[in-house]
Design a protein around this ligand. Sequence first.
Ligand SMILES: NC(=O)c1ccc[n+]([C@@H]2O[C@H](COP(=O)([O-])OP(=O)(O)OC[C@H]3O[C@@H](n4cnc5c(N)ncnc54)[C@H](O)[C@@H]3O)[C@@H](O)[C@H]2O)c1
Length: 354
Amino acid sequence: MTAPQDAAVPPGAQAAPQDVRVGVIGVGRMGADHVERLSQRTKGARVSVLSDYARETAEKVSATAPGSRVVDTWQEVVAAEDVDAVLIASPGQFHREQVLACIDAGKPVLCEKPLAMNPADAFDVVRAEHEAGAQLVSLGFMRRFDAGYGQLKDALEAGELGTPLLLNCKHRNADVLPGFSDTHMVYDSAVHEIDAISFFLDEPATSVQTIVPRTTEKAPEGLHDPLLFVFRTASGTVVTDELWVSTNSGYEVRTELVGSKGAATVGQESGMVTTQQAGSRWGGSVPVDFRPRFIAAYDAEVQAWVAAVADGSNIAPRSATAWDGYVAAAVCEAAEQPLTADGTVDVTLQERPA
Ligand SMILES: NC(=O)c1ccc[n+]([C@@H]2O[C@H](COP(=O)([O-])OP(=O)(O)OC[C@H]3O[C@@H](n4cnc5c(N)ncnc54)[C@H](O)[C@@H]3O)[C@@H](O)[C@H]2O)c1
């Protein structure tokens, strides 16, 4: 697909004939968000077709995206002639099959994380893309498009921080949905820091130790919260991830890189800082959940993907690929094991296709 970007067409304006026509699969919380950003804030794209397991949900979301139509099944989205590229925001257990169908159809796809529910299934996607001989799969690790992440990556690439020695990550949520388990701690939350390892260090974790401190009384029954993960890479960088998901305060993601020439921290956004005379309090506020914190990153991710589809490269610079999704699945699998057995677990990776 070679539709040129037209800077003169503001996002949200009348659809232009050269727009990338995006089909969206799954329009729950994330999918509806993506439909809104594609329709309102993304240059050079429009939502043409969408589907959801719940037809009523699909109809409601379609009504917010001018010119879109609803089909009954995700297979119809992939096959539709008026779909140039597909965005998948269904639950993770469907991703493997849906991404494979996009590869089969030769259509670029942006799939929300995870790529699949286990490393073997994720590697099926890596293999299929390799056999198709075309790079088609982008994975929605949106933090790669966060301004702070970008600045830290730029500083590393420019050599300003020297050799990376330590990467310290903190990830906090106000609370979690009912049913959130230790497995979700790894696969839904820590997975973002696991991808940060690949992003910042250009190498995956080769081992992981999962440490279980005493649990906060605010944690839902059965959840070990907080958790501390210690990862190592082949070149010797150590990565810590302190994950605490029932803070009862707000959503915070902070990342500190300690390098041989200096340290840098991102994610300390404070917005407005106030002094309140009542109570002699000084301070700012934190967002309640991840969406306001990362809205600009999601916007940038989707815009960069649309531009890559339009220029035929299909995968935006710095985007996570199918390989990154496979690495994340393999590291998550290793990170979950020490929850039930103390010690360090090695990460096993298949050879990367050339
Ligand atoms: N990148 C991030 O930070 C981030 C944040 C939240 C969620 N996610 C990911 O986005 C995906 C969706 O999460 P969500 O929070 O929107 O979930 P959700 O439950 O709100 O929405 C999922 C939607 O998919 C529909 N659906 C179910 N099976 C389907 C199928 N086979 N085909 C089409 N639609 C189907 C459901 O009816 C629902 O409307 C998950 O993979 C999740 O991990 C990513």
